[in-house]
Design a protein around this ligand. Structure first.
Ligand code: C2O
Ligand code: CU
Length: 466
């Protein structure tokens, strides 16, 4: 793989915080922020992605990438006033949050984009706890790739007690020789028809291979969030005792993990009991291990006094009986080396070549190029729905449903379905899955691939609920 080899900039292991301080506790606002509205401003700025040459022309929330940590408690309201200081329109989407459709932040579907110089106030309840994130949802393939994302963490009284609760937002940037964002390839038809915009530079919390200082014998909770446009990370944890406790914000059956697959927009929460002096994470998705942060015991922090008892967690919600479910087939086609010959775009059947060359559309659901003007389905409020998805393309896709979490059942008996609910599910090429959800949230909800180039070129459709 060409990945990362060509960069001339070198990563100097960045020391994130002075000894004695764990960055996880100092980043953003550590305690719940309910109360007065929080001001979030978009703007152009510089980020220290490589530890060497600053990367210019990043698009940032409050001047940093990731943006500030928005941290609440379950049951709080999120209240954020967004001011757009970019030269282009934007919106903010609260990924994985299941509440108000009007506040979902999908440009041209749930709101008009926030124009340069304008403001928009988001205000929504937060009925669920867990690890979420926020990101731009207007031309996300460029806006997210330039840095418009941040963590959204919702604490719960039932959260397991840990020594350090550390959020790690992992991103995959495409930088040029000088460590600058490769802007020439934005909108590349090749990326859009293949695996999306794959990068060559990995950051964790906007830094290259950051170090975190922790107590000896600490119990850590790591909240992994993928902000990548398209790459599917495989994060290897070199610890004996790593337990996966939640995915996409929802509890799962606790299980030991070694390598965590993290598709775009997915999250994984892991509890780790540290037994040595350090712990390193590496991304092994390309076959060449790439450092993705480490945790180093800092003696001045002392030793953990926590009892390392078994982690008590709520049980994942069981999938209801499918007898009453309405089945909606979703035949996904298109892209390079695919089976799509023609598809309907805004009422007109066009051959794939015309769709690609004249409209930059490359993918279809059920023979329809996804736009916001056509719904995939209309379902009554309360209906149990089974999206019967067939990835009939040569590429994996990370399918995300707005406003709901879903259960996953798989056709392939050798594949493992998640034990809890998800909001983003990676479908390998050729695979089939049922994504089952209770349509209990009224509004126009997007169902799309979170490989953002695919979403822009046809893999986005609306499910109308209620
Ligand atoms: Cu993470 Cu449609 O969004
Ligand atoms: Cu896709």
């Amino acid at each position: 793989m060409e990945r990362r080899k060509f960069l001339s900039v070198t990563a100097s292991g960045v020391t994130v915080a002075a000894a004695g301080v764990c960055w996880g506790g100092t980043w953003g606002v550590p305690q719940a922020m309910a109360g007065a509205p929080y001001a979030l401003t978009t703007g152009v700025g510089t980020a220290n992605l490589t530890g060497n040459t600053p990367t210019k022309n990043c698009w940032l929330y409050n001047g940093s990438c990731p943006g500030p940590m928005l941290r609440y408690r379950k049951g709080d309201r999120l209240s954020v006033n967004v001011t757009n200081n970019l030269a282009t329109a934007t919106t903010v989407h609260w990924h994985g949050i299941r509440s108000s459709n009007a506040m979902d932040g999908v440009a041209d579907l749930t709101q008009a984009p926030i124009q340069p110089g304008e403001q928009f106030s988001y205000d929504l309840p937060l009925p669920h706890s867990g690890t979420y994130w926020y990101h731009a949802h207007n031309m996300g393939w460029e806006q997210v790739a330039r840095g418009l994302y941040g963590p959204l963490i919702i604490d719960d009284d039932d959260d397991p007690t840990v020594d350090h609760d550390i959020t790690l937002m992992i991103d995959d940037w495409r930088l040029d020789q000088d460590g600058q964002i490769d802007t020439a390839s934005f909108g590349s038809l090749h990326d859009w028809s293949h695996g999306g915009r794959l990068g060559n530079w990995l950051t964790v919390n906007g830094l290259s291979d950051p170090k975190f200082f922790v107590k000896a014998g600490a119990r850590l909770r790591l909240r992994l969030i993928s902000a990548a446009n398209a790459r599917v990370f495989a994060i290897k944890i070199n610890a004996d005792a790593a337990t996966l406790i939640a995915q996409d914000g929802a509890v799962c059956r606790p299980e030991k993990v070694d390598v965590i697959s993290l598709a775009p927009a997915q999250r994984a929460d892991v509890i780790i009991d540290l037994d040595g002096d350090s712990l390193a994470l590496t991304d092994v998705s390309t076959g060449t291990p790439y450092p993705a942060g480490s945790f180093i015991v800092e003696p001045s922090l002392g030793r953990s006094t926590l009892k390392k008892s078994a982690i008590a967690l709520a049980k994942p919600q069981k999938m209801p009986d499918l007898k009453t479910a309405r089945t909606i087939p979703v035949h996904m086609q298109g892209g390079a080396m695919g089976t799509l010959a023609e598809a309907r775009l805004d009422g007109e059947i066009l051959p794939l070549r015309t769709l690609a060359q004249d409209h930059k559309k490359l993918w279809a659901f059920n023979g329809v190029v996804g736009t916001y003007s056509e719904t995939l389905a209309e379902v009554p409020l309360g209906q149990l729905v089974a999206l019967e998805v067939f990835n009939d393309t040569a590429w994996p896709h990370a399918m995300h449903l707005h406003g709901h979490h879903f259960w996953v059942t798989l056709d392939d008996p050798t594949a493992t379905a998640p034990s809890g609910q998800r909001d983003t599910w990676l479908m390998p090429a050729g695979s089939k899955a049922k994504l089952v959800f209770r349509a209990d949230n009224p509004g126009l909800w997007l169902f799309h691939c979170h490989m953002l180039e695919h979403a822009a070129s046809g893999m986005s459709m609306v499910i109308a609920v209620g």
